[in-house]
Ligand binder design. Structure first.
Ligand code: F6P
Length: 485
């Protein structure tokens, strides 16, 4: 097996995340359609619940009336020891809780886009009540001794409802996005309430040490909590809370094995040939303003403007996966990206079209085909909790070749040290690093890729879960040395 099961007998793992592992759709004549959900978080947690068994509480994408809280229970493995418990949301809840507070307030705020954050008190009421709804489902579907593992910024108040009912509960929360500096977090009118919610956990984990630092200082400054910065502990309400950095990993074997399939390699070869240029450069992101897509396009534009010989040699493919399409900021970003692509192609197309843009979800085998075909992958977010595309690109190409250009503002930059780096806010710097990557000697390319591959393989999804489990069950972290007495 990939991961060793939990060592505590009769303690089940019970996960809660906004989006559940399965998406359900009532499609009239065809009945209920059930498909795996597309989300980085879901792909990360799937192998874990598969190994451990247990329960997973989450939204399955279906809308209902206010009194319909719980939907279907569906098996997640064929061994019948892991189940998905579907949460139903109302249309109003999707607007206020998911599109509103989660994605128009907490998301921009935590990514340092203060000016984009909308603070709406009515929506916050709704966020509270939806959190209670998830907590009620969790309480119903778990036993007092179970390990309650909550995910992300949508569910920050869930620990409070659980702690109230079960003072002895073992609760952990993984925060998948950045945690901002205290002065940014403090602009949230409900900052203290949210922090207290998180402090009802036993363990809170983030992707990087800097998010941990921000969180510790924020708890200290906004709540006056007692903090031990050396061990990463907070003393609050008579309890000790562990706060630690565990960057998430991927199931690299999956990418490695797809990348070795002859039919996929053949398709990748064809994709490269069809692009017509010497170099194929790739960007893959959810269409989100944190990902720096317009900035990346401007870097490509700068490159063609200042090195016109490359407009025939380079094809840049940007895959933008539709995301949160009902949220205004995402709609205006889409217009901006499409306009920019049009402008660049309008200026630089001769017999070759330099920029290709896809706005659609991509099947995993197609994704791997693109990773394989690309000489270089641009992962240049303005801010990103971690970024798994960077790791997937490395896992796909580790045995072959490829160059990764990474923003220092992606959490993954802490682990992927041998990637090329560029400040995404500077089109010139980004363009120069792109050229550096394209012209780099083969030996150095290989050396860098091997080092990246090594870290992606070592710090993979089972490494991540092992560390979290250890910190949770023993109450101490592996990475931080205990305070000297
Ligand atoms: O990483 C943050 C996150 O919200 C994850 O929970 C999720 O996998 C991803 O972004 C996609 O977001 P959404 O669930 O809104 O489609």
């Amino acid at each position: 097996g990939l991961l060793k099961p939990l060592s505590y007998r009769d303690r089940r793992l019970v996960i809660a995340s906004n989006r559940g592992p399965l998406t359900l759709r009532d499609s009239g004549s065809k009945g209920l359609e059930i498909t795996p959900s597309v989300s980085g978080l879901v792909s990360a947690l799937n192998p874990i619940i598969d190994q451990e068994g247990g329960a997973w509480v989450g939204w399955g994408g279906r809308l209902g009336k206010p009194d319909e809280i719980m939907g279907k229970t569906l098996p997640l493995t064929d061994r019948n020891d892991a189940f998905f418990h579907e949460v139903i949301l109302t249309e109003e809840e999707v607007e206020a809780f998911y599109e509103g507070i989660s994605n128009s307030c907490l998301w921009p705020l935590c990514h340092n886009f203060v000016e984009k954050a909308l603070f709406d008190a009515e929506q916050w009421q709704n966020y509270r009540s939806v959190n209670i709804k998830y907590a009620q489902t969790l309480l119903q579907k778990s036993q007092p001794r179970d390990l309650i593992w909550i995910h992300d910024y949508h569910l920050a108040l869930v620990p409070t409802s659980i702690r109230l009912e079960r003072p002895q509960a073992q609760i952990s929360l993984f925060w998948h996005i950045p945690f901002p500096a205290p002065e940014i977090f403090a602009t949230l009118p409900w900052a203290r309430e949210l922090l207290k919610g998180l402090l009802d956990c036993n363990l809170i984990a983030f992707h990087t040490e800097s998010y941990v630092r921000n969180f510790l200082i924020t708890a200290e400054e906004l709540l006056g909590a007692k903090v031990d910065h050396v061990t990463g502990s907070i003393f609050w309400a008579g309890r000790k809370i562990i706060v630690a950095a565990y960057p998430i990993g991927i199931d690299w074997r999956d990418f490695e094995s797809l990348a070795s399939k002859p039919e996929i390699r053949q398709k990748a070869h064809q994709l490269k040939q069809a692009s017509g240029g010497d170099y194929l450069i790739l960007g893959v992101d959810r269409l989100d303003y944190t990902k720096g897509i317009p900035e990346r396009l401007k870097a490509i534009e700068w490159l063609f403007e200042n090195h016109p010989e490359y407009k025939r040699k380079i094809t840049f493919i940007q895959i933008a996966v539709p995301s949160r399409t009902q949220v205004k900021a995402y709609q205006s970003l889409r217009r901006e990206v499409e306009e920019t692509v049009g402008r660049i192609n309008g200026r630089f197309t001769e017999d070759h079209i330099p920029v290709r843009y896809l706005f659609r979800p991509l099947r995993k085998d197609h994704l791997v085909t693109h990773y394989l075909a690309a000489d270089m992958c641009l992962v240049t977010p303005l801010r990103d909790g971690l970024n798994l595309v960077a790791k997937e690109y490395v896992a796909t190409n580790g045995n072959y070749s490829g160059t990764l250009l990474l923003s220092p503002f992606a959490g993954a930059a802490n682990q992927l040290k041998e990637a090329l780096q560029a400040n995404p806010y500077s089109p010139q710097e980004t363009a120069e690093q792109i050229l550096k990557g394209l012209l780099m000697a083969e030996g150095e390319k290989k050396r860098r890729l091997h080092s990246l591959y090594k870290s992606v393989k070592e710090q993979d999804i089972s490494w991540w879960w092992k560390r979290i489990k250890q910190a949770w069950l023993t109450g101490s972290t592996i990475t931080v040395s205990p305070k000297a007495t």
